[in-house]
Design a protein around this ligand. Structure first.
Ligand SMILES: O=C(O)CCC(=O)C1=CC=C[C@@H](O)[C@@H]1C(=O)O
Ligand SMILES: [Mg+2]
Length: 325
């Protein structure tokens, strides 16, 4: 693959495109694809979802470049606690998935188009049943609700879950998040209001959330996230962008470097893919993931190599984003 000169100048000497089928449909995608870049500090991942345009994806490239060219911040912990992530699936499957990786916290996706509140409630009941009374259950609505819908749905789901740890991005607009937060006792986490906002700190200033979800790639890298977390002054949950183990290890590096880490992180997502690029795969055990840079195994990179057409699309995308970085 052609490496743009601005990247070559920074020491990027290898680029490889990959594509890995998902175990279950998540975020309306069934395949996770992206690029791995190799530079002076090691391998890094550049994998913006296809619904991100060039300008937005340029932040993902800055993150990958920083990770491939500079050392990661010093870790304050050796492992990081993670939640299990439950996609919008029927209760029987949700019950089974809740046990994967031994997590004591689950994040349950809700409010997908065409899925009823009763179905979301049944999924939460199944997860509670599988994990027991001591587990923490959180939901993620991905900004699907209006203020009124959130105010109606959240108490129902809170009851079904036997208590929610927090609700992630119930509404899209800051005013609605703030109003829901004021009206209900359930803590509110901001995700899209951080990762897709022009100003990721506005949600904190507006007192529209109790905590922030941070994803390394969309926010432009581990160090940028650390700076934002300090400025926001709110607790942070580090979450993945469904990366391979290479990209996940950058999220783990952020979680390991944050001064406070009061919540389990959404980094246990390698099990949503049918394979990983690192060996052993970055699967949680006892609800924990180990800290440390992970390089791809050559035979796995080969096994999951993107086809000719997809590789060409990534080459084009890399060139477009590099021109903006
Ligand atoms: O936070 C987790 O438990 C896993 C990551 C996760 O849910 C997401 C990863 C990538 C894209 C998102 O739609 C989704 C999220 O909204 O948090
Ligand atoms: Mg989210």
């Amino acid at each position: 693959m052609h490496i743009p000169s601005v990247l070559r100048e920074r020491g990027i000497d290898r680029v490889a495109a990959f594509s890995i089928p998902m175990t279950t449909r998540f975020r309306r995608i069934t395949e996770r694809d992206g690029l791995l870049l190799h530079g002076p500090a090691g391998w890094a991942e550049f994998s913006p979802f296809w619904d991100y345009g060039t300008a937005e994806s340029a932040a993902w490239l800055r993150a990958a470049l920083a990770d491939a060219t500079a050392a990661r911040p010093a870790p304050l912990r050796e492992e990081v606690e993670v939640n299990v992530t439950i996609p919008v699936v029927p209760p029987v499957l949700a019950h089974r998935l809740a046990a994967v990786g031994g997590a004591r916290t689950a994040k349950v996706k809700v409010a997908d188009p065409g899925v009823s509140l009763a179905e979301d409630a049944a999924r939460l009941e199944a997860v509670r049943d599988a994990m027991g009374p001591a587990a923490r259950l959180r939901i993620d609505a991905n900004a699907a609700w209006t203020r009124e819908e959130a105010l109606a749905a959240l108490p129902v789901l809170d009851r079904a879950a036997g208590g929610l740890e927090y609700a992630e991005q119930p509404c899209a607009e800051l005013e609605d998040l703030a109003a829901v937060r004021r009206a209900l006792e359930i803590p509110i986490a901001a995700d899209e209001s951080v990762r897709r906002a022009e100003d990721p700190l506005r949600v904190a200033r507006a007192e529209a959330a109790d905590l922030l979800v941070m994803k390394v790639q969309p926010l432009g890298g581990v160090q940028r996230c650390l700076d934002l977390a300090e400025q926001a002054g709110l607790p942070v949950v580090v979450s993945s962008a469904l990366e391979s183990g290479v990209g996940l290890s950058a999220g783990i590096a952020l979680a390991a470097a944050l001064p406070e880490l009061p919540y389990a992180c959404g980094l246990g997502t390698a099990t949503l893919l049918t394979g990983d690029l690192v060996e052993p795969p970055l699967y949680a055990s006892g609800g924990m993931l180990p800290v440390g840079r992970r390089d791809p195994a050559p035979e796995l990179l080969e096994r999951h190599a993107a086809g000719v057409e997809l590789t060409a699309r990534w080459e084009e995308r890399l060139a477009a984003c590099a021109a903006q970085s």
